[in-house]
Ligand binder design. Structure first.
Ligand SMILES: NC(=O)c1ccc[n+]([C@@H]2O[C@H](COP(=O)([O-])OP(=O)(O)OC[C@H]3O[C@@H](n4cnc5c(N)ncnc54)[C@H](OP(=O)(O)O)[C@@H]3O)[C@@H](O)[C@H]2O)c1
Length: 290
């Protein structure tokens, strides 16, 4: 029996769909959800549902009973997810889960000097907890989702150009769908015990490269401007963007600029049995009909 946490989120839903495509019977798949009313589509597909919240240890323990393979999808509550995911790992161990797969993140700088120190803390601690638990594990070191590009660049990027303080830094963005497919493949095959996989694309891209791709796709000249952090912050706050969102974007852009997501090794193609979706293909799917 396979359980996917965060089953009503993007990664969880996509992983479940890939499991179904691989003809895993829906009654062998359990989706753990916080709000059952958000899971109507999963129920229609025949997926078993269990309610669980990373904050509620005893609920997690019940949800994880009888589960062989557990995909623990990292939570979205940045301030509290360290403790939440510690609960999940402990509950998995106590419930007798045989194999835990965790969606972590790829990084180089694990110190407080990292622009993503706060965001990365829970991932680093969860990896440590998993390894200390004695559970059989697979750690997915996810690069940045390509799916965050439209979020960061803005809806009108083809008209406005890219305005982000990421300098010439490059990242090996890969699609969330590819990462979910890789997770589904791991959940349904052998040989992934106590392994760490880097889920990156084959090529690293700067925002200048992304601007070039957008220009090719749209036939418009899409420029990339990399302002200083100060100018970026001032410009966006004047445009009414909340400070929290600006700070998060700045953190990611600084990390990209420092090469945190530049990778020369990736296991994604190996796990998929094909080349990962290129960023040009991904951007075409988003922008070609705009
Ligand atoms: N690599 C990257 O670029 C990148 C980018 C964004 C996020 N991430 C990480 O990857 C994760 C999965 O991505 P995604 O796109 O699927 O995010 P998402 O759509 O926001 O899904 C997050 C899932 O986590 C669940 N969740 C949050 N807090 C929980 C709790 N306390 N107990 C149980 N479940 C909880 C949510 O439940 P509800 O459905 O009830 O809200 C949701 O299903 C994110 O949560 C984040 O940690 C990575």
């Amino acid at each position: 029996m396979i359980l996917i946490t965060g089953a009503t989120g993007h990664f969880g839903r996509a992983t479940i769909d890939f499991l179904l495509k691989k003809n895993i019977p829906p009654n062998n798949i359990v989706g753990m959800v916080r709000h059952i009313e958000k899971a109507g589509d999963l129920k229609t597909k025949g997926i078993s549902l269990r309610v669980g919240d990373y904050d509620d240890y005893s609920g997690l323990l019940s949800a994880f009973k009888g589960i062989d393979r557990l995909l623990l999808i990292s939570g979205s509550d940045i301030m509290n997810r360290s403790k939440q995911q510690e609960n999940a790992v402990k509950a998995a161990k106590e419930a007798g889960v045989k194999h835990i797969i965790y969606t972590s993140f790829v990084r180089k700088n694990e110190t407080e000097t990292s622009p993503l120190a706060m965001l990365g803390k829970a991932h680093i601690e969860t990896e440590k907890n998993i390894k200390a638990s004695g559970l059989t594990y697979t750690i997915l070191l996810d690069n940045l989702y390509a799916d965050i590009l439209p979020m960061f660049m803005g809806e009108k990027v083809l008209e406005t150009g890219i305005f982000l303080p990421a300098g010439d830094g490059k990242a090996s963005f890969a699609t969330r769908l590819d990462m979910a497919e890789a997770a589904a493949n791991i959940l349904t095959s052998e040989g992934h015990e106590n392994k760490e996989y880097i889920l990156s694309n084959d090529t690293n891209y700067s925002f200048n490269d992304v601007a070039t791709l957008l220009s090719e796709i749209s036939g418009k000249q899409v420029p990339y401007i990399s302002p200083s952090t100060e100018v970026f912050t001032e410009t966006l706050s004047k445009a009414g963007v909340p400070m929290e969102a600006i700070a998060m974007t700045v953190g990611f852009c600084e990390a990209i600029n420092q090469g945190e997501f530049f990778t020369t090794k990736s296991d994604l193609g190996y796990l998929l049995g094909r080349k990962p979706t290129s960023i040009k293909e991904y951007l075409k799917s988003v922008y070609l009909n705009k």
